[in-house]
Design a protein around this ligand. Sequence first.
Ligand code: ADP
Ligand code: MG
Length: 324
Amino acid sequence: MPYYPGLERFKLVEKMGDGAFSNVYKAVELSTGRKVAVKVVRKFELNSHQEGNKHLNPQFKKRPRATERANILKEVQIMRGMNHPSIVKLLSFSESDEHYFLVLELMEGGELFHQIVKLTYFSEQLSRHVILQVAHGIRHLHEERGVVHRDIKPENLLFDRIPIIPSKNPQPKQFDEDKEDEGEFVPGVGGGGIGRVKIADFGLSKVVWNEETMTPCGTVGYTAPEIVKDERYSKSVDMWALGCVLYTLLCGFPPFYDESINVLTEKVAKGYYTFLSPWWDDISPAAKDLVSHLLCVDPAQRYTIDEFLAHPWCQESFVPPPPT
Ligand code: ADP
Ligand code: MG
């Protein structure tokens, strides 16, 4: 495990995720023994100009660009106020010369992305269990915090513990027979042993303007109408993404895909997707109806989070297991 000056009160245990500028570690807080996740964000990247000058001015490379700093502080600021069971909690924030450290609630189960890969796809009941938790998190962001996440995807949706998939789910490729019925029942959501799913990664999220009061959350606004209009449909980007996640949960592959980035962009722009046979043949009309109200090109027509939650498919508490 690497050593980070400034992070001495934690013992790093293993790497859980990495991106271009961040590494996430499972760690133990030495004073309490509490297990946490620490997101370590590098403060700067040396560009060639700085590289050439570093022996002349060693301080030069130590200064994070102002926008980078503003971004990480925004991520921290937005997460700090959150207290919701479907949103990963920020426990503390600190920085050293070279890094920012976000200490987060540990999500031991890892990414939803990995579970989809492992299982091929989720049953409707399990998909509902997962997506409803995500949706309640989004509802909290949109309706109570005025925040748009802007990066909802299976890599940023995390399980609090390693999920045990109940036997009703279609058989995964490498199913662990021993664990088949160990799943504990989660009241009200029927998700078996899958536990809690939470939204992570507020690196791209943003506070949006309130359409009625024309103010950013909690402040008096002098905002021009064009800005408010610009942001009118900003929440709908999360709803599109939610539709993509739901589609992927149900069938195991994303709604829009092409090897050529240009063709893919065109498909997304036109909203061109299909309920591909045979994968979608046994999926209920209600689920398809819900997906189609999310993957709707016109943001004004797209479901809001409250419309999503009111849809009959979300209201169902039981779907019979598929015929064997
Ligand atoms: P990035 O901005 O680099 O995408 P994320 O916050 O999404 O940073 O973290 C990157 C990855 O690290 C996630 O996709 C996930 O696999 C893992 N990760 C992030 N936060 C946690 C956490 N609280 N618990 C466990 N793993 C996490
Ligand atoms: Mg991420």
